[in-house]
Design a protein around this ligand. Structure first.
Ligand code: SAM
Length: 249
C-alpha cells in the first residue's frame, strides 16, 4: 500500500488513541458514561491539529477534522451495517486505483477528446493505448470516429472496466482489457495516453523510456512528467485547464 493512505490512517489513529486514553479513564473514574458527541468532536479537533503540524494539504485537514464527528452522527442514524459494507464494496469496485496507486476515476472531457482526435487524425492510422481507461470516455468516441486507428484500454477497477466494456461493445477497433496499467506493453503502441495523477508520473516515465519505440508519442493529460520538458503542450479550452503534455520518443 502506498505511503499516503498509511500516513493518514496513522494520523487519525494517533488522535483517537490520544483522546480516548485521556477521556476513558477520566469518565470511568467518575463512574459516568462517555459523552460520545464531545469525544468525537475532541478527536476531530486533535486530528485536525495533528494534520496541520504534519503540513497536510487543507483537504486532508478538513477530512481529519470532520471524520470522527461524522462517524458519531452516522452512528446515531442506526443504519444497518450491511449498507456500509455494500457502499464500501461498490466504492472499491470503482475506486480501486485510488487506493492502490493514488489514481481516482475522473473522465476526460469532450474538448480533450477532440484535441486527441485532431492529433491522431494528423498522425494517420496508428495504435493508441489509454492507460487507466476508465469507462471509455476517450477510447470509445475516438474508436467511432477514427475507424482506421486501433484503440486499447487498460483499466483495473472491476466495475469501471465492466461499464466501459458494455459501452464499448461492438467496436472492432477497440480492445478493452481488465488489467494493471503497469503490465501494458507500451512498445506495441504508437501513441500512449495517460490521465492519472502526479503520483505515478516519475515511475511511468521510466516505463515509457524503457518500452516505447523511437517515433512514438506519450501524452499526459494535466500531469507533466516532473523534470522533463514536453516537446509540445496542447492547451485544451476548458475549465479547469487540462493541458495535454506531449513527449516525443
Ligand atoms: C483519471 S481516470 C481517467 C479515465 C480515462 N482515461 C479518461 O480519460 O476518461 C484514471 C483511471 O485509471 C484507473 N487506474 C488507476 N490505477 C490503475 C492501474 N494500476 N491499472 C489500470 N487502471 C488504473 C482508474 O481506475 C481510473 O479509471
Amino acid at each position: 500500500m502506498p505511503l499516503t493512505p498509511l500516513r493518514q490512517f496513522a494520523l487519525q489513529a494517533a488522535a483517537v488513541i490520544l483522546v480516548l486514553s485521556l477521556a476513558w479513564p477520566l469518565y470511568l473514574w467518575q463512574n459516568q458514561p462517555m459523552p460520545w458527541l464531545e469525544t468525537s468532536l475532541a478527536i476531530g479537533a486533535v486530528a485536525a491539529v495533528l494534520a496541520t503540524i504534519a503540513r497536510q494539504p487543507w483537504w486532508w485537514r478538513a477530512i481529519h477534522g470532520g471524520f470522527m464527528p461524522l462517524v458519531w452522527f452516522t452512528h446515531t442514524l442506526a443504519i444497518d451495517p450491511g449498507w456500509f459494507l455494500l457502499a464500501f464494496i461498490l466504492l472499491l469496485l470503482v475506486y480501486r486505483g485510488a487506493l492502490s496507486g493514488q489514481v481516482p476515476l475522473y473522465l476526460s472531457n469532450k474538448q480533450t477528446v477532440q484535441a486527441l482526435y485532431d492529433l491522431l487524425e494528423q498522425r494517420g492510422p496508428c495504435r493508441f493505448l489509454d492507460l487507466g481507461s476508465g469507462i471509455g470516455s476517450t477510447t470509445i468516441p475516438l474508436a467511432d470516429n477514427l475507424p482506421e486507428h486501433h484503440f486499447t484500454g487498460y483499466e483495473n477497477a472491476p466495475l469501471t472496466w465492466l461499464v466501459g466494456w458494455i459501452l464499448g461493445v461492438g467496436r472492432p477497433n477497440l480492445r478493452w482489457r481488465w488489467d494493471d496499467l503497469w503490465a501494458a506493453p507500451l512498445g506495441e503502441h504508437d501513441v500512449v495516453y495517460a490521465f492519472l495523477s502526479p503520483a505515478p508520473m516519475p515511475k511511468l516515465w521510466d516505463k515509457v523510456k524503457a518500452e516505447m519505440k523511437p517515433g512514438s508519442l506519450f501524452v499526459s493529460n494535466s500531469f507533466p512528467v516532473p523534470g522533463i520538458t514536453p516537446d509540445r503542450v496542447i492547451e485544451v479550452e476548458c475549465t479547469p485547464p487540462r493541458p495535454l503534455y506531449c513527449y516525443q520518443l
